[in-house]
Design a protein around this ligand. Structure first.
Ligand code: AMP
Length: 272
């Protein structure tokens, strides 16, 4: 496995390999088994796997955790190599954003739902960095987790709207044994908060199974975790609109602040 920090070096490595399939796994690092599931899916379908590791400043709001976001490139590279990644692309901020940039990609109406309500600029930053990574790597396929269901839906829309010749491949959420969705941000939780956090998925599941209403689950999650719900909503998926009689897939999505840590989770399912 090679670790490249410049666009030029990565492109030079990829140039002679372009006849082979390339799978891209975009991440912000601090890898866990969720990320590694994306690598496994990418390895299965592609000859070359590129993992990007970049904590993208443009997708963080002014009072968010960009500075404190956990980082450990040496450990990430070890895990990536064990998982079979071919190239890690780990640029710094100057490499990705040498200028302010005056042409922007905007995420559109879907970015105003769910996380967009409390993170109004987040998805503009996401589509900006993902569009750049798509142009830098020019992968055959790109892998995204359903953990970030709204991000996945917006990227699928961007690929369609901007004609990126890339297949977007969704990967199911990887969870801890107690149901908590794996996340780099779980390390922020105190032992006590971590012990309470599985209530999020437990209550989501019970709404999905018709055992309680969203309003009841909202109270149950706040009581069980000591946290504060940012949103708990059900929308059609992947268009993120209010469900109608013809809706085929639903997403039940939640964001909860436990102390300062904001955790998200969701269940996507087919209406029968
Ligand atoms: P991040 O490093 O948090 O930006 O995540 C990078 C990619 O890994 C995104 O496509 C995420 O949706 C995906 N991902 C993160 N956590 C999980 C998880 N628990 N299960 C599946 N995919 C995940």
């Amino acid at each position: 496995m090679k670790v490249l920090t410049t666009i030029e070096a990565l492109r030079a490595e990829l140039a002679p390999l372009r006849k082979q399939s390339i799978g891209l796994v975009p991440t912000m690092g601090y890898l866990h088994e969720g990320h590694l599931a994306l690598v496994a899916a990418a390895k299965q379908a592609n000859a070359i796997v590129v993992m990007s590791i970049f904590v993208n400043p443009t997708q963080f709001g002014p009072n968010e955790d960009f500075e404190s976001y956990p980082r450990d490139l040496a450990r990430d590279c070890q895990l990536a190599e064990q998982a079979g990644v071919t190239f890690v692309f780990a640029p710094n901020v100057e490499e990705m954003y040498p200028t302010q940039g005056s042409v922007v990609v905007q995420a559109g109406a879907m970015a105003r739902e769910l996380c967009g309500k409390s993170r109004p600029t987040h998805f503009d930053g996401v589509v900006q960095v993902v569009a750049k990574l798509f142009n830098i790597v020019q992968p055959t396929r790109a892998y995204f987790g359903q953990k970030d269901a709204q991000q996945l839906a917006i990227i699928e829309t961007m690929v369609r709207d901007f004609n990126f010749p890339i297949e977007i491949c969704p990967v199911a959420i990887v969870r801890e044994a107690d149901g908590l969705a794996k996340s780099s941000r779980n390390v922020y939780l105190t032992e006590e908060q971590r012990a309470k956090a599985p209530a999020i998925f437990k209550e989501l599941t019970s709404i999905q199974q018709g055992q309680q209403t969203i309003a009841e689950a909202r109270i149950a999650i706040e009581q069980a975790t000591g946290g504060k719900i940012d949103y708990l909503t059900q929308l059609s998926y992947p268009d993120l609109a209010d469900p109608t009689a013809s809706t085929k897939h639903l997403v039940l999505a939640v964001a909860v602040f436990i102390g300062k840590t904001r955790l998200i989770d969701n269940i996507i399912w087919e209406v029968v």
